[in-house]
Design a protein around this ligand. Structure first.
Ligand code: FPP
Length: 234
C-alpha cells in the first residue's frame, strides 16, 4: 500500500488539448495526439510514485456532440491506443477498465476494449480506468435503475459498488488541467471527498514535475472528511 501521503486513486481531467494546438496554429487533433503521448508517459510516472489506481477522462458522453472530423480522429487515437498498449499494460501488471456508455462508441473499439480488459484482467499491481462516452450523472442514474430493477434500497456502500467504478478505491485526488475549475460531469459521486487540484497548464504541457507538485500539495492538505478542524477540537 502507498504511504499515507500518497493518494491511492487519482483522477485526471486532461483538458486543454485543443487550445494547446490552436496556440501553435495546429489542427485540434494534433493537440489530442500530443495529449495522448503525454498521458502515456505521465501514467508511467504516476504508477512509479506508488499510486494504485488512475482514472482518466478521455471522452465525455457530452463530447460526442463534437464535429465528426474531431470524433473520427479521437476514435482513431483510441484504436491506436488499445491496439498497441494493452500488451504493455498486461506485462506491467496493470489492469485496464473502460468506463462509460459503450453504446456511444464504434463497435470495433468496443471489441478492442473487451480484448484489452480480458488480456489485463489478472493485473494486480495497479488499475487504469479510461472513461470514454462517460458521464457521472448518467452513471448515477444507471446505478439507480439497477437498484430499482432489483427492487432493493441502496446504502452508500452498495451504491458505490454499483457505479462503473465499483471495486476501485475511493477517489483521493482529482487533477484538472486546462485552466478550468469544474468537474464537467466526471466522477461526481466518487469525488465527494477527493482533494481537487487545478492546473493552468494545457494538458500536453503538464509535466511529471507538475504531478510531483500536486502530490506535495495533496500530502500537505489535511483531509477531514467532515470532521472538526483540529483547532476546534477540545
Ligand atoms: C480535452 O481537450 C480532451 C479531449 C476531449 C480528448 C482527450 C482524449 C485523447 C487525447 C485520446 C486518448 C487518450 C487516452 C488516454 C487513450 P479539449 O479538446 O476539450 O481542449 P480545449 O478545451 O482546449 O478545446
Amino acid at each position: 500500500m502507498a504511504d499515507m501521503g500518497t493518494p491511492e486513486h487519482v483522477g485526471i481531467i486532461m483538458d486543454g488539448n485543443g487550445r494547446w494546438a490552436k496556440r501553435r496554429l495546429l489542427p485540434r487533433l494534433a493537440g489530442h495526439r500530443a495529449g495522448m503521448k503525454r498521458m502515456l508517459a505521465l501514467l508511467e510516472h504516476i504508477y512509479g510514485c506508488g499510486v494504485k489506481c488512475v482514472t482518466v477522462f478521455a471522452l465525455s458522453a457530452e463530447n460526442l456532440s463534437r464535429p465528426k472530423d474531431e470524433l473520427d480522429g479521437l476514435f482513431a487515437l483510441f484504436r491506436e491506443y488499445f491496439s498497441t498498449q494493452t500488451e504493455r499494460l498486461s506485462e506491467k501488471g496493470i489492469r485496464l477498465r473502460v468506463i462509460g456508455d459503450r453504446g456511444l462508441i464504434p463497435a470495433d473499439i468496443v471489441s478492442l476494449i473487451k480484448e484489452g480488459e480480458e488480456k489485463t484482467a489478472k493485473g494486480e499491481r495497479a488499475t487504469l480506468a479510461i472513461a470514454i462516452g462517460y458521464g457521472g450523472r448518467q452513471d448515477i442514474v444507471a446505478a439507480c435503475n439497477k437498484a430499482v430493477r432489483a427492487g432493493r434500497e441502496v446504502t452508500l456502500k452498495s451504491f458505490a459498488e454499483t457505479l462503473s467504478t465499483g471495486g476501485m478505491p475511493a477517489l483521493d485526488l482529482l487533477i484538472r488541467t486546462g485552466d478550468e475549475k469544474r468537474l464537467s460531469n466526471f466522477l461526481l459521486f466518487e469525488a465527494a471527498y477527493a482533494e481537487l487540484i487545478f492546473s493552468t497548464k494545457m494538458f500536453p504541457d503538464y509535466t511529471d514535475g507538475d504531478f510531483d507538485e500536486a502530490l506535495k500539495e495533496y500530502a500537505a492538505r489535511e483531509r477531514r472528511f467532515g470532521a472538526l478542524h483540529p483547532a476546534d477540537r477540545t
